[in-house]
Design a protein around this ligand. Structure first.
Ligand code: ZN
Length: 454
């Protein structure tokens, strides 16, 4: 039995003081008691720690390498993608494991409890599968054993080079699988997950409407069963135009017409939606998986969060390209994007909830449903996915209630995060992952090898 005590805590029932929480050996919250004497591990401000809903771990190793203009007059997402393809040709399973562990460590230190890994780098350079088709998936699972981070693994189905079903280009052949090969990859990945702690999960991920056939989406839905189904959707203008040309419908229109949606469905980005698409998708119950730092970095566009929330939409937040892993900055960037577009302030606040509280509640709830984790609130029976903020941080002095969240997100940053638990596993103390040194040195070795190669 683990005991955690906090000066202040955001419980499912609201803010409370002097809160004592008991955690079972299975990582579940067994009891919550307010106004209790100090006991066990002490922390400042205890919050539920959300899942990071979208990541491609290997891209972390490219962070900062794509900020020069290429030969094209207008550099864009598509030139970034070219460098990504060249880079990933160098990656071995050992590299991927070291990078994934480093990414998960940074996610934990930022206050995320779980990594929803949208995993599409499956095969050897040249496109031949490894002897075990799920070799790379197993390496990501092994990384999560190293870091103690909850994992929801999404093996990705990637089959075509475009909506016209053209063959994959040379940069894409490490991703490619037929539907049958994908079924085998998924089954072997599920075996890898079965060796992880019980909170870890698996889902299904058709990559995008460019990379899978629209008529196969029913098959993906079948495979997912009750598990999460994630897909990139409506990220780029060129992508929308390609889908309209092929199907006569915009991507969100196509999804609304052909899929039965609920809160297990997560559509990543949704930065290119018209008003009727925003309203329709929000009302469908599907979750929008937003990655505001990456969307800024790639110039994707601005998600219509105001209209989305006005129509009862759910969101989760993820770090996607991992160019920078910061939970507070993702939330701040999302709200600032709305303010810049609309010339407004506190764009996503309501009369009852401050901006920080609304965003934090939303990504905890949405993150829970799309990661299939029983988390998202500090309450009896939930997973102990929790983060502690340092109450002595200068930006939190004298702050109470929802203002704590506003100060953390808008005035502070992730350096306030002192403790993180994933399903009761206390992996971050004093702001540092407990295995930081070993994880960083394995990542540094990898970066040295890759640096020599590109
Ligand atoms: Zn992505």
């Amino acid at each position: 039995m683990t005991i955690v005590w906090a000066e202040k805590a955001l419980l499912e029932t609201g803010w409370a003081e002097n809160v004592r929480i008991e955690i079972s050996p299975e990582g579940l919250i067994r009891s919550v008691e307010a106004n209790a004497p100090a006991d066990g591990h002490r922390t400042g401000v205890l919050l539920p720690a959300p899942a990071n809903c979208h990541s491609h771990a290997f891209q972390r190793a490219m962070a900062g390498l794509t900020e020069r203009r290429g030969p094209n007059a207008s550099d864009s997402f598509w030139t970034w993608r070219q460098l990504m393809f060249r880079f990933l040709d160098r990656l071995t399973p050992d590299h991927v494991e070291a990078i994934a562990a480093f990414v998960q460590m940074e996610m934990l230190e930022a206050g995320y409890s779980a990594n929803v890994e949208f995993h599409y780098l499956h095969h050897q350079p040249g496109g031949t599968p490894y002897a075990n088709i799920a070799e790379m998936a197993e390496r990501i699972a092994t990384a999560s054993l190293t870091t103690g981070m909850g994992l929801t693994l999404l093996p990705v189905h990637y089959q075509y080079g475009g909506c016209d079903k053209r063959a994959l280009g040379p940069g894409q052949i490490r991703f490619g699988n037929t539907l049958d090969a994908y079924a085998e990859l998924h089954a072997r990945s599920a075996e890898a997950i079965a060796h992880l702690p019980a909170d870890c999960r698996i889902g299904v991920a058709p990559h995008s409407l460019r990379a899978v056939a629209a008529e196969d989406l029913a098959h993906h839905a079948n495979m997912a069963g009750g598990n999460p189904l994630h897909m990139h959707l409506a990220e780029q203008i060129a992508e929308v135009e390609e889908i309209v040309a092929a199907h006569g419908k915009r991507p969100v229109e196509l999804v609304l017409d052909t899929m039965e949606l609920d809160a297990r469905h997560c559509f990543i980005h949704c930065t290119q939606m018209q008003s009727h698409e925003t309203e329709g998708l929000a009302r469908s119950g599907a979750v929008s998986g937003l990655c505001p730092i990456t969307e800024s970095s790639l110039g994707d566009g601005i998600f219509d969060g105001v209209r989305w929330f006005d129509n009862g939409g759910s969101i989760a937040v993820g770090s996607d390209s991992n160019i920078r892993i910061s939970l507070s900055e993702e939330l701040r960037t999302l709200d600032y994007s709305q303010r810049l577009r609309d010339h407004s302030r506190a764009a996503l606040a309501t009369p009852h909830k401050s901006t920080g509280r609304r965003l934090f509640d939303a990504v905890n709830a949405g993150g829970a449903s799309v990661s299939a984790r029983n988390n998202g609130a500090l309450a009896v029976g939930k997973l102990a996915d929790m983060m502690g903020l340092d109450a002595d941080s200068v930006d939190l002095i004298g702050r109470t209630g929802d203002t704590i969240l506003d100060c953390y997100i808008f005035a502070g940053d992730d350096r306030m995060v002192s403790d993180v638990w994933s399903a009761g596993r206390h992996m971050v103390t004093d702001g540092r992952h407990i295995k930081r040194e070993a994880i960083v040195s394995a990542y540094a070795r990898t970066m040295k090898q890759l640096g020599e190669a590109i």
